[in-house]
Design a binder for this molecule. Structure first.
Ligand SMILES: NC(=O)c1ccc[n+]([C@@H]2O[C@H](COP(=O)([O-])OP(=O)(O)OC[C@H]3O[C@@H](n4cnc5c(N)ncnc54)[C@H](OP(=O)(O)O)[C@@H]3O)[C@@H](O)[C@H]2O)c1
Length: 284
């Protein structure tokens, strides 16, 4: 199966390498083209533009930072739309439902098929093919993409109409962003009370709040290590989009709103490119 891949950031790089290692032929493109070099070492070929990639491949996946990046690769000159007739396009970025629907409508109007497929899980899950894929849109394209999803993820959901996957993903991240802030406060509280924060990790892990997030981020936070698995600026983008979804649906989200403020504060103090767990630094 030949697959195009647009966007070789933290996630896109891991995902495309994973596809290559599982025998897929992958043609990659990245805005900063030099980032394609490492993929070539893993057997990828390079497309000079998003349009060139789509022209070459029956299916193209995108993994881009935010709504404006997702729109840009589709609508700009040399973008996806120029070659999408008869092809399938799968956007796995975390974006809002409106943006996803706008992309879907434009692709359908040009004779292509569209699937949104945001993911839950971070860099290590992407490397290990353990993502959770939350898809919606063109059902036949979802079924055709399953061999790739089976490599990228441990579980795939198909939710229905375009926009529903985006909304579900934003709800998931609203929970995660809120949890990270509560976790940060607990760690600081224990530390400033003269206790060992490592013991807090153990206590949490043996109780009802044991979870993969605390397990993976706790030890690195104790080491003051914030290499970006999930950049804080993207977490804040997701909180912002989740709050807008809450607003549209008249859902009060006071906890997520406060978490968003903490991420915004962290971003404004230069922590945006660090891992989102660096939000604990706002409690210094
Ligand atoms: N990291 C995670 O743990 C994680 C988990 C689940 C979901 N996500 C979501 O997955 C997506 C990618 O995340 P990431 O962590 O891989 O981000 P990242 O490392 O910051 O990579 C972002 C990618 O988007 C590209 N990009 C940014 N602006 C662009 C533009 N205007 N036009 C074209 N390309 C553009 C970047 O290209 P350049 O290299 O040229 O900058 C890069 O390839 C985001 O939507 C994020 O919310 C991330």
């Amino acid at each position: 199966m030949e697959i195009g891949f647009l966007g070789l950031g933290i996630m896109g790089k891991a995902m495309s390498i994973n596809l290559l290692h599982h025998g897929f032929k992958v043609t990659v493109w990245n805005r900063t083209l030099s980032k394609c070099d490492e993929l070539v070492e893993h057997g990828a070929t390079v497309g000079e533009t998003p349009a060139a990639v789509v022209k070459k491949c029956k299916y193209t996946i995108a993994m881009l930072s935010d709504p404006s990046a997702a729109l840009s690769v589709v609508f700009d000159k040399d973008g996806v739309l120029e070659q999408i007739n008869g092809k399938g396009y799968i956007d796995m970025s975390t974006i809002d439902a409106q943006t996803s629907i706008k992309i879907s409508d434009a692709i359908k109007a040009k004779g292509g098929d569209f699937l949104e497929a945001p993911v839950s899980g971070g860099k290590t899950h992407a490397e290990d093919g353990q993502l959770v894929i939350i898809a919606a849109g063109h059902k036949a394209l979802y079924e055709e993409a399953l061999p790739a999803f089976d490599v990228l993820g441990k579980k795939s959901f198909f939710l229905g109409a375009v926009g529903d996957g985006a909304k579900m993903k934003l709800a998931v991240n609203a929970v995660m962003g809120s949890m990270m802030n509560a976790f940060s406060e607990g760690l600081r509280l224990v530390e400033r009370s003269g206790l060992n924060p490592g013991t807090l990790l153990d206590v949490l892990d043996h109780g009802a709040m044991s979870n993969g997030l605390f397990k993976s981020k706790g030890p690195t936070m104790l080491k003051n290590s914030y290499n970006p698995g999930f950049p804080l600026k993207h977490m804040q983008k997701d909180m912002r989009l989740a709050l807008a979804l809450g607003d549209e649906n008249a859902v009060p989200m006071p906890v997520a709103a406060v978490a968003n403020e903490a991420f915004e504060k962290a971003k404004s103090t230069g922590l945006g490119d660090l891992d989102f767990s660096a939000v604990i630094k706002t409690l210094n």
